[in-house]
Design a protein. Structure first.
Length: 63
């Protein structure tokens, strides 16, 4: 849902956007390293595909 004007003003003042939790996902701890690796790979592909918008590709990687 879009934020109301009041919520936008509060977020600007506090530098925090409050949003309700829609879903909690519980996964086994053994799955977490594979999840992190997959997210890093997807981020790499995404950032390479949008490299023409001025992002610094030589900066620190996603960890």
């Amino acid at each position: 849902m879009p934020l109301s004007d009041k919520e936008i003003k509060e977020a600007e003042a506090e530098h925090i956007v409050r949003a309700p939790v829609r879903t909690r996902v519980v996964v086994p701890v053994q799955f977490v390293p594979n999840l992190i690796a997959a997210l890093q790979e997807h981020w790499r592909v995404y950032s390479e595909s949008y490299s023409n918008v001025g992002w610094n590709k030589t900066g620190p990687g996603v960890h």
